[in-house]
Design a protein around this ligand. Sequence first.
Ligand code: PLP
Length: 375
Amino acid sequence: MSLFDVYPLYDVTPVKANDVFVYGDDGNKYLDLYGGHAVISIGHSHPLYVNSIKNQIEKIGFYSNSVQNPLQNKLSEKLNEISGCKDYQLFLCNSGAEANENAIKLASFHNKKSRLLAFNNSFHGRTSAAVAATDNKKIVAPVNAQQHVDFVALGELEKVENILKENETCAVIIECIQGVGGLEQSSTEFYQGLEKLCKEYNTLLIADEVQSGFGRTGDFFAFQSHNIQPDIISIAKGMGNGFPVGGILIHPKIEASYGLLGTTFGGNHLACSATLAVLEILEKENLMANALITSKYLQNAVITIPEVKNVKGRGLMLGLEFDFPISDLRKTLIYKHHIFTGSSKNPNLLRILPPLTIKKEHIDSLINALQKELN
Ligand SMILES: Cc1ncc(COP(=O)(O)O)c(C=O)c1O
């Protein structure tokens, strides 16, 4: 059987990884400034993380959500504490798209409305409502296009209000820093205005923190620097450091009832032990503080490269913008300098999404490589 050929692949075959490095079967050591698409938060194969999963599978790896699983309670308590989202409730699932799908569904159950509002350049995943709220026609199949989603440009509060006034929109879904869309963000005034409008028109505000959450921006969640309180927060990626896990944090005003949401695999013992280890390491190793320090270092260092016209994003969710497409540069960084980086919808933007354990010397490697290639 052949693989369904949907991914254009780089010719690199990772066989092992450690902290910020990935080792290929070609004997090369690659610096991972991509984090497997913002997934690796605490570094590859961290010993505490590995042991946590190993110890757990020796005891029990999985049982369904029909019995008690104290690890889920432990995780929700720990998340309440570290995230600062006190009293929120936790529902666990398996991926970012699934988190958003559940967030949207829950909003619609809550206020009984059926339209959605999303923003230009958004990416929320590939499942039904999540992909309909994604601003990329190429990945929206006719069956998904039946959802009624209004797209608005980031920052256009008046347009948001005109739509919410119609009283049909169950939720506004937003990435406070857009990932795939190219690291665009709006002002605190806009995010606060959005929160106010959502309250006024009985629409839930969903913060998609799938990529920006779990400390990547230096705050636990990207929305926190705007001092807003979303009704639902979706999480995945860095949460499991590669173990497939996702979830939603749900404001206490939203009530649960049996059967409202559900999943077979979500919140299983292994997923919980992976996420608990991630949280422990984030805290113990002060990785959010490290994200801020190394981000600043990178932003200062990049000044020495005149070809970088703009630095977008925050913390370790950064984009270096050039005035030419970066696809060739990205290939050169991989094949010649052995450095992984990311791309986005903006063809001129090189994305930097490293593990949060990155050190200044690793940033120096990127700067040296860019200087060599661009000067
Ligand atoms: C902001 C955002 N939301 C949702 C998703 C979808 O997550 P997943 O691929 O785990 O379904 C992504 C993936 O890149 C993302 O960046």
